[in-house]
Design a protein around this ligand. Structure first.
Ligand code: NI
Length: 253
């Protein structure tokens, strides 16, 4: 069994065939799906999906692109939504200076608030970071989440070491299959398997063979295949270890 630890099934790209997408994930051995939240509305919808489908778990959070929408009211509602056992993490949370869709100051403030919310709720944190390694690490070191995963890992060897030293997990997406992603494959090769989780970030980042199409959780199987090749371990071993990591990290029941 595999786990897709980060997808966005609440997004409108899945409106026409959400049930089929979820069914295909199951048929491809993806037993659990963790739905990340982009904003308050998406947090609500993520929780609704987790209520409807037994194998879907929800996150609550605000993506750095939408950091300036995070208000005290939003925080209050997110706190109310974060009910166990189906809400398993706070995320997305982090910094994105690549696209800078929210002002950097708002991003930093919201990131700190969400880390503290995760601590208060005793939940792990899903970190999104892009072109912002230095500030991300500084804030994480200052606020110290209980548990964290750096999702869609795209950092260098130094960043990997920092994450490992802090006890964090990292998750890889299907972008490790891209022709130009040799640097990322080199990182994946040396990253310890007991700290790796798998994710699609669907509908984004489809694997190389499906580029230009919508990604979906079933494709975690393609990612697992590529990662088992990179690391030189059997598919079944890779599946077992990464699933075990996810089940423990998110406390899936
Ligand atoms: Ni995402």
């Amino acid at each position: 069994m595999l786990v897709d630890t980060h997808c966005h099934l609440d997004f409108p790209q899945f409106n026409p065939d959400r049930d089929e997408v979820i069914q295909r994930a199951k048929e491809n051995g993806v037993g659990y799906l963790i739905n990340a939240a982009a904003n308050l509305k998406s947090s609500r919808e993520s929780c609704a999906l987790a209520q409807k489908y037994p194998r879907i778990y929800a996150c609550v959070g605000v993506h750095p692109h939408e950091a300036d929408t995070f208000s005290p009211e939003a925080e209050r509602e997110i706190k109310l939504l974060a009910k166990p056992p189906k809400v398993v993490a706070v995320g997305e949370a982090g910094l994105d200076y690549y696209r800078n869709l929210s002002p950097a100051e708002a991003q930093k403030k919201t990131f700190r608030s969400l880390i503290n919310l995760a601590k208060e709720l005793n939940l792990p944190l899903i970190v999104h970071t892009r072109s912002a390694q230095e500030d991300t690490l500084r804030i994480l070191k200052e606020e110290l989440p209980l548990k964290a995963v750096v999702h869609c890992f795209s950092g260098d060897a130094d960043f990997l070491k920092e994450c490992m030293d802090l006890g964090f997990f990292i998750s890889f997406t299907c972008n490790i299959t891209y022709e130009k992603a040799q640097g990322l494959r080199d990182i994946a090769k040396v990253a310890p398997l007991d700290r790796i989780m798998l994710e699609t970030d669907a509908p984004y980042l489809p694997p190389q063979e499906l580029r230009g199409k919508r990604n979906e959780p079933a494709n975690v199987k393609i990612l697992a295949g590529e990662l088992s090749r990179i690391k030189g371990v059997d598919f079944s071993v890779l599946a077992e270890i990464t699933t075990d990591n996810a089940v423990k990290f998110f406390n899936l029941k």
